[in-house]
Design a protein around this ligand. Sequence first.
Ligand SMILES: [Zn+2]
Length: 228
Amino acid sequence: MSFIEHSDPKVSFIQKDLYDSVISLGPHRTPRRNRFTRKSRTGRSRISFRVKKVIFERDGYRCQYCGKGFPRDQLTIDHVIPLGKHGIDELTNYVTACKSCNEMKGSMSLADFAHHIKIEITDLPVYGDPIIDNPNLPIQFRLLRKKIFDKTRMEKGRLQRSGEAQKRLERAFRYEFHKTDLGKKVLKDYPKLPGQVRVMLPQIQAIAKNEAEMRLLIELAKSAHTRN
Ligand SMILES: [Zn+2]
């Protein structure tokens, strides 16, 4: 079970992540000097109106912690992994939360809060990365991603949050992925797909329930990349 699935079985965490990556809004960053204020920790006043709307719509205007629906003005955006715990200030780490859950989460340790909303702490994504944190993907694929994540995003023991660091990660990951057995198999099965779509196939395969869904997700990924 993933972190989000408990309240909305139709939209799992990885589906949301894929949705995020195909709509390609790009990373949203908080100025460094505000990182440790309460506002930046909850992301409440720094996330643009447009990004908030996308996240609320993605989550169906439901708090993803208690599962209840709320009017828009009662909802906030929470960082699943707090910034202070190396969470990334990007769409994949944003989640819709009601005010009371958000406040409760802010006042508890992540482990206590996970226990409170009845999920296993081991289910929590650790990196805020849609590939490393997805237990449904092949383990080699996740380990490769983690290796490159550590190499491209960590510098002097600190997580680099810039869009440039994320681009470095994606480039290096694509390059290394195509050298693996899985990468070669995918190339053989889908020779005509662009490399940046082919690298998403393990994720797409983990989500798609049938051939039609698979084709649809591939088309979405293709159109997202050609729009850039
Ligand atoms: Zn709630």
